[in-house]
Design a protein around this ligand. Sequence first.
Ligand code: NAD
Ligand code: LMR
Length: 329
Amino acid sequence: MTKTPVKVAVTGAAGQICYSLLFRIASGDLLGKDQPVDLHLLEITPALKALEGVVMELDDAAFPLLNNVVTGDDANKVFDGVNVALLVGAKPRGKGMERGDLLRDNGGIFGPQGKALNDHAADDVRVLVTGNPANTNALIAMNNAPDIPNSRFNALTRLDHNRALSQLSSKTGTPTTEIKKMTIWGNHSATQYPDIFHTEIGGKNAADLIDDEAWLADTFIPTVAKRGAAIIEARGLSSAASAASATIDHMRDWIAGTPEGDWVSMAVPSDGSYGVPEGLVSSFPCVVKNGEYEIVQGLEINEFSRQRIDASVAELAEERDTVQKLGLI
Ligand code: NAD
Ligand code: LMR
């Protein structure tokens, strides 16, 4: 029996990330190879023409699972009945900028989109923000959607998580599939803290195995935290295909669950765990069962980690104060 299509909204649909993301969704990478999908694509008016071209290419790929495509520049129409919302559309940073510099330009996008989701999305909607600064944009959308449970608003730190796996893999010569329990804490920014003190490499504790605090502090953490800037420097554009892939990874795991014996990094509204003030959208180690995520509890946080988590969370609190002053929440 054919399944009912799942409606997936994607914003910024004519942009760089979506040029990869939409084709991955339509081919079944997000929801599975037996799940038909309707794409609801939002763009700003000047980009609708370019979006037409993207839709022509989606048509030309003849994806068996792609049931219908809706496009438009009105969030109230495009978000009608959507079960999944991937909020990608926002300005990327250029060379020399920090992601927080985008707050003023991009913050204004996420209030109206949160409200449109509140008024028109399906009751089971899950919202993932990729557009930067992702954590605080998710905070803005969440605060403008009073009828949607806060827990349904996430932001993307899975790209940072995947970058950390890749760096550990190169350092130790271990395939990423053998590396478990990586954690990104805090903000998707240069203050993020990739924590390997609970990570397992081939079943052994990563910090014990590597046993090199200088490498951790001076190479691993800055390489992961500043990888976005390194890509902008090299490509002249921000990461796109890897960001699309991480967006798929996050939402796929939120829907389908995380593997036994592992966890993933998700930026979720804090419930006060690990001293992160309630309500801030901060990255935590999370497991997902039956479509619901939980923050992994009971991890011991050493002094090295505590200082770094606190610094990133302090930045999130500053960003929250800024958007409060701007009247966005
Ligand atoms: P892009 O400029 O190529 O595309 C962005 C698209 O968003 C454009 O087509 C633009 O017209 C559209 N857009 C702008 N305002 C919109 C609105 N109000 N509604 C709908 N669409 C709108 O940028 P990109 O490379 O695709 O990146 C998109 C965002 O994702 C940027 O903010 C970037 O910094 C961020 N990003 C985040 C991560 C992460 O890990 N969280 C990784 C990479 C990029
Ligand atoms: C990334 O991490 O690649 C994105 O957030 C883009 C950026 O501005 O770094």
